[in-house]
Design a protein around this ligand. Structure first.
Ligand code: RB5
Length: 152
């Protein structure tokens, strides 16, 4: 599996840790930055990672900002993105089981390194359940298409 990862300055330390973890897990990962602790705007990095997922260049994405909220808002603006803010293990598991989340968002100022690693392990090892949850995701897709085509 190929994964895109990105963060703003508030997520850079955790991003480094997660890149190492992905390497250990033998998951290929493309790092979209940021690469320095200088203050940057999270939408720039959230968009890059989400576009890579939406275009099918990678299968999944990981985004980190301070709380994870800003990155979640950005990612969910991009067609076909189901970004889930997972600052705990239960949410990480459910976001895959029920929501087939394709972008994992973590708050770098909220979650410690070890918990974040466990969230990533859980998220990648949990499969979508399908069934009634697939119907619900289809409804979300229809809402997205309606807004793109008709603006309502
Ligand atoms: C940056 O200070 C902070 O606002 C950002 O990382 C994020 O938490 C936004 O939602």
């Amino acid at each position: 599996m190929k994964v895109a990862i990105g963060s703003d300055h508030a997520g850079i330390d955790l991003k480094k840790e997660l890149v190492s973890l992905l390497n250990e897990m033998k998951i290929e990962c493309i790092d979209f930055g940021t690469d320095s602790p200088q203050s940057v705007d999270y939408p720039d990095f959230g968009e890059k990672v989400s576009k890579a997922v939406s275009a099918g260049n990678v299968e999944r994405g990981i985004l980190i900002c301070g709380t994870g909220i800003g990155m979640s808002i950005v990612a969910n603006k991009v067609p076909d993105i189901r970004a889930s803010l997972c600052n705990d293990l239960f949410t990480a598991k459910m976001s895959r089981l029920h929501n087939d989340a394709n972008v994992l968002v973590i708050g770098g100022r909220i979650v410690g390194r070890d918990l974040a690693k466990e969230i990533v392990r859980t998220w990648f090892s949990t499969e979508f359940e399908g069934g009634r949850h697939a119907n619900r995701l289809n409804k979300i897709k229809l809402i997205e298409e309606r807004f793109i085509k008709h603006g309502l």
